[in-house]
Design a protein around this ligand. Sequence first.
Ligand SMILES: [Zn+2]
Length: 509
Amino acid sequence: MKVIPLPLFYEEREGKLLLTDTSINFSDEFAESANFFSDFLRENTGIKLKNEKFAQINFLLDFSLREEEYRLDISGHSLNLSARTDCGAFYGVQTLIQLLKYEKGKYFFPEIYIEDAPHFKYRGFMLDIARHFFNKKEIMRLIELVSLHKFNYFHLHLTDDQGWRIESEKYPRLQEIASRRRGTILKNGTIDGVPHYGYLKKEELKEIVDYAKKHHLEVIPEIDMPGHMNALLAAYPELLCKGVKERPEVRTSWGISKNIICAGNEKAYAMLEDLLSEIIEIFPSRYIHLGGDEAPKHNWKGCSLCQEKIIQENLKDEEALQAYFMNHFQKFLKKHNKTVIGWNDGLHPDLNQDIIIEHWKPGTRKRVIKAANSGRKIIMSDFFHLYLDYPYAMTPLAKTYSFNPLKGIEKPENILGVETPIWTEWVPNRDKLDFQVFPRLAAVAEIAWTAPKLKDYNSFVNRLEHLYQVYRRFGVNYAKGKERKPNLIKRIYGTRKWWKNEDSEFLKD
Ligand SMILES: [Zn+2]
């Protein structure tokens, strides 16, 4: 068995199903996944499947299966893929892509029986296109690779201090001013002086959403607020707090900006509602991510409008004002049947219980577990295991793999699943992105999909060799040799080196 994530149940058999000029049969329900499979075979092997009533390859409807479940039965003379939905069949196809083998001029599938379904219903990947812009083509390529690992959510971090990456009709200064910065900080602390810019047009985003849908991925847009809004504030400085003299520029360095949007200014609420209305038009996802992380309250403390708001609404302090602010947009989005997700920095006793919390922040796990045990829905994105932008020396593959999202959880039904982010401060291009993401994404796939009792790192590493062949077919610049566990000295040395010089680990490979 050479499939990642490991299926729920399988029985390997002797023998193989040779693929020559063969035939396929499927009902309308499976048109998308069956065509996806046919296209994949044609593009990668040259084999063309004919549609026939009595065929060697059959996509079968089975109402006894659950929504994302599939069953695969490959014998020497036939291949039967059963599912209840096209989504289930699509996951079966992803397994087939990994099972396909080539030997002595012939393509074949090994004879095998598989029953498979995911453990967690939320299996997310997050891409930050604000710190470094990745265009439509790059995003679509990642959609294909992420879906190969049976993820079902693709979270796009669209806005941040260093760039606003989404077109707005009503606020054009966002694409004219907020989508470009005059340079980018280097590890030695200087600014490179090379302008960095880019944003996605609405039409491009709709294409991305459609492409993701075909891969059974839902795109979740994130508009990070009230912090991480320096780019917006550079374009619309009138939304800064009263008393702030400095006019910000789109940030050229990383870290946390003290400029956050004014939560006492009604114009700020109106503008963000307008922007969210534009977002809703583009993204059909039931989830909208509103960030809520790393929002220093310095400006709010000195702002007459923010302080008036605190008194008017009878709020305890500035942290309660942030909860009020987030709740305002939760109510607004609820009217459009949207559920809000926020980073766990914004977890506050006043925060509406319907807001899903995404846990990332070191040192806050206990609070988040308490929230989950008292009924709040949580997505786990643990910094020490799932942040793919950190070096392998700091977060080796084995460490990522070892993550248990349910540790300390009394009510596992409140843990929706896991999400693995790639923040792109030090990830300027596709090669570096691939290196950081692969193969750690495969480890996260197994955390998210495979039943915890079946997880086994040695078995995973064995199966990786085969996945690397698939990666090579897709042209992925995966990090080679990272499945070996580095010793402690190498880890400390490598981590220190990374903080000093980002490329030390990357170039070695
Ligand atoms: Zn203010």
